[in-house]
Design a protein around this ligand. Structure first.
Ligand code: HEM
Length: 201
């Protein structure tokens, strides 16, 4: 089980990867690159769920403190945005639900993903300031990645890949529409039908 600092570092890497691949997901029209961007996006997004157990302990400890740290309300907003974005990403990929009221699932997903950026940035900056104060007081600095850190990073990447493969396999076994989506992640809904879907890629 990774410690709190490693859990937070891994979450940061996964979040940045999910955002970058999410922004690039509809930018590649060839299976060679496009498929891997979509796979990378799924692995990074689902990887956030893989880390939910160790992160849950970090969050619990923080909430149990008699005096909350400044800005802890924003941390909860960040948590809610990440959960919303991952949930709508999975819903979008499954193809089971296309709309949530007047908007599409994908629109909610993208807005959630974009809203994460400023909230995550200020969360990271605040935590970084607190860590700098602590390490300066203790007279130590965090150094290069350790062997243990690299091993844990590899274990997290393997677990995230496994969870993504399990999710994709689950879609196929359940016969969900998402099992037959294109390498770009899009669903076939309008072929031979003059009424084309609102969002296409
Ligand atoms: C931190 C932000 C984000 C997270 C955590 C996230 C997470 C996810 C997850 C878990 C999936 C399901 C993947 C799968 O089943 O293979 C997904 C799908 C998708 N996401 Fe995101 N996402 C984020 C940001 C974005 C952004 C910013 C965009 C676009 C601008 C985007 C576009 C998409 C698209 C098009 C899909 C469908 C791809 C597919 O069917 O495999 N995502 N996302």
């Amino acid at each position: 089980m990774p410690d709190a600092r490693r859990t937070n570092t891994a979450l940061l890497w996964l979040l940045v990867s999910a955002l970058l691949t999410g922004a690039a997901v509809d930018g590649f029209g060839t299976p060679l690159v496009g498929r891997w961007v979509v796979v990378g996006h799924g692995v990074a997004g689902i990887g956030l769920l893989v880390l939910s157990r160790p992160k849950h302990r970090v969050v619990r400890r923080s909430l149990d403190r008699p005096r909350r740290r400044p800005g802890s309300r924003w941390s909860l907003v960040l948590l809610a945005l990440v959960l919303l974005t991952v949930a709508t990403g999975l819903l979008q990929a499954s193809g089971l639900v296309e709309r949530l009221g007047p908007v599409t699932v994908l629109q909610v997903h993208v807005v959630g993903g974009v809203a994460i950026v400023p909230v995550a940035a200020q969360h990271w900056l605040r935590r970084r300031r607190q860590r700098v104060v602590r390490t300066t007081q203790a007279g130590v600095r965090s150094g290069l990645p350790t062997r243990r850190g690299l091993l844990q990073g590899t274990a997290i990447a393997v677990a995230a890949g496994g969870a993504w493969a399990g999710w994709e396999g689950g879609l196929a076994v359940a016969g969900a529409p998402g099992a037959a989506r294109r390498f770009t992640g899009s669903h076939e809904t309008g072929s031979g039908d003059p009424g084309q879907p609102v969002t296409q890629w």
